[in-house]
Ligand binder design. Structure first.
Ligand SMILES: [Zn+2]
Length: 251
């Protein structure tokens, strides 16, 4: 789906039982610096990504860089195949890098994670560690499509980051936020080990002036994006207050 001249959202279908869900990758176009893909689906999704890219007029071999919002298997899964097929440079937050290049075992590949979700074993085994060419830090500004800002948003993972495209005021949220039918929601609590920090990251995002938000899980939020972001940030802050109140009362 073309969002504007600079950005496309690539809906990558994924079969879950008899239902089709979608991962929503982002594609940033720049006539000088070439196309940039944000996140890479599960292992084995190279062909599906190639199809989605083709809809946007881009070939895998055209990709100049791949930015990863974080280390989860559904974001880094087809990274290795994409790099093999096209030679794109890989960019990730410095904190996530070892889990992507194999310096540390990936979170999803740890024995305790696989014990909890054994159905992910085969998927996790399909992942191949891949070198990261450039490590990003909070506040970095990438010279792409007029400027893309890196916003560190820890919580879902320690080095999770969002991207903010300045001239279209589009927030590429990764898993820092989710949505359903255009309604913005907070991060998936079941998949977010540090909800307190994740909530603080949403407060940070709420400082931005956003026109639209791309959630990896749930897709585009285009209606009242600023107001929706404020609402979610407030709800998370209240929940956090209540939880710290409860634990203070208990302790
Ligand atoms: Zn995730």
């Amino acid at each position: 789906m073309k969002l504007n001249d600079d950005l496309h959202m690539l809906a990558l279908p994924i079969q879950r039982g008899d239902q089709t869900a979608y991962f929503n990758l982002s594609l940033i176009l720049d006539p000088i610096h070439g196309p940039t893909l944000v996140d890479t689906g599960l292992p084995g999704q190279l062909d599906a990504i190639a199809t989605a890219l083709a809809d946007a007029g881009v070939r895998v071999a055209d990709l100049k860089r791949i930015i990863l919002t974080h280390q989860d298997i559904d974001h880094v899964g087809s990274l290795h195949d994409l790099v093999q097929a096209g030679g794109a440079r890989v960019l990730a937050h410095a904190v996530e890098t070892p889990y992507i290049d194999g310096g540390e075992p990936a979170r999803f590949a740890r024995p305790e994670a696989l014990a909890q979700r054994p159905e992910l074993r085969a998927v996790a085994e399909g992942f191949q560690y891949t070198p990261v060419d450039e490590q990003l830090q909070d506040g970095a500004r990438l010279d792409l499509a007029g400027g893309v800002r890196v916003i560190a948003t820890p919580g879902h993972t320690p080095g999770h980051m969002c991207l903010y495209h300045e001239r279209t005021r589009t927030l590429i949220a990764g898993d820092a936020l989710t949505s359903s039918d255009g309604q913005l929601m907070g991060p998936n609590e079941g998949a977010t080990p540090d909800m307190h920090t994740a909530g603080q990251s949403v407060q940070k995002l709420a400082q931005l002036d956003v026109r639209s938000i791309v959630c990896y899980h749930g897709g585009l939020v285009a209606m009242d994006a600023n107001a929706q972001l404020q609402r979610v940030a407030q709800a998370l802050a209240q929940k956090d207050d209540k939880m710290s109140g409860d634990s203070a009362a208990a302790g």
